[in-house]
Design a protein around this ligand. Sequence first.
Ligand SMILES: Cc1cc2nc3c(=O)[nH]c(=O)nc-3n(C[C@H](O)[C@H](O)[C@H](O)COP(=O)(O)OP(=O)(O)OC[C@H]3O[C@@H](n4cnc5c(N)ncnc54)[C@H](O)[C@@H]3O)c2cc1C
Length: 304
Amino acid sequence: MLRRTILAASRSPRLREAICTLPLSREVVRRFVAGETTEDAVRVTGDLVGAGLLVSLDHLGEDTTEVGHAEAVTKAYLTLLQRLDDAGLTGGAEVSVKLSAIGQALDRPLCVDNARRIVEAATAAGTTVTLDMEDHTTTDSTLGILAELRQDFPGTGAVIQAYLRRSAGDVEDLIRAKARVRLCKGAYKEPESVAFTSRKDVDLSYVRLLVRLMRDGAYPMVATHDPRLVAIAAKLAEGREPGTFEFQMLYGIRPNEQRRLAAEGHRVRVYTPYGEEWYGYLMRRMAERPANLQFFLRALATKS
Ligand SMILES: Cc1cc2nc3c(=O)[nH]c(=O)nc-3n(C[C@H](O)[C@H](O)[C@H](O)COP(=O)(O)OP(=O)(O)OC[C@H]3O[C@@H](n4cnc5c(N)ncnc54)[C@H](O)[C@@H]3O)c2cc1C
């Protein structure tokens, strides 16, 4: 309930302006975001890779409404990939891309062209791209563009959200296509007509999809911080060849668990956002865990 309230409130332009202009917000943001510049992203990637972790970098921003902005985001990815390559980090770092940031709502061919430029650059640098999944109105378009990209770049990864009722069918399609699949619970405010809304139903769906991916998926990417799901995934993975799946967690969330899993020999990837447009991302993290909101409000109270 609180999660849905926070997600709904986060759409208020006044709240957005208030939060983005508070100097303190930047301190809170630093816990979840690697920094605002490409240099910050490369530095943090170096630290994480040095600690035995893998990385997926996300240039923050979504719902682009101008062609020029979509071009700027695309160029930011091209620059990032070049810098990662120069720093010798592409063996341990890939990128995650939100299609809405590169023109999905503006013009499909433009979006496909931008995505293709990023995937080509990633391939040339020796790494891969995963297409993030956004709200349910974009699922068909994202899966369609993914299929198109995978014809030439089969390493391009997909995301499945366990809260969507349709996901069982999508997982079967992606298993057949031998795609890399990141499985997450889902972070957007969705209507009951398309999504499970109780925690229990989402978790049950996650386990059902996880069983399918661990049994027949080419390369499952288990994206969750939930201790029960991590334990179930580790158990299910016992039948798989080593190195054929990975855990994924968000930057700043359960960092000790990330290191513990890596120390046990698992591949662990840290989804690491960077950039100036952190508002939407921060609000989704607040909505997931009321304790984060308390952290934010406590920091506010101690500063004022
Ligand atoms: C690598 C990665 C990529 C993702 N990509 C997408 C995507 O493309 N599309 C999409 O819709 N969603 C994405 N998500 C977000 C995901 O859908 C969930 O919203 C998010 O991961 C929280 O769910 P959970 O599985 O961690 O379980 P929860 O039940 O939310 O949390 C389980 C436990 O994890 C810890 N925890 C969880 N969230 C937080 C937090 N914000 N702060 C502090 N502790 C926390 C707490 O200990 C909590 O009790 C991604 C998540 C990860 C890890």
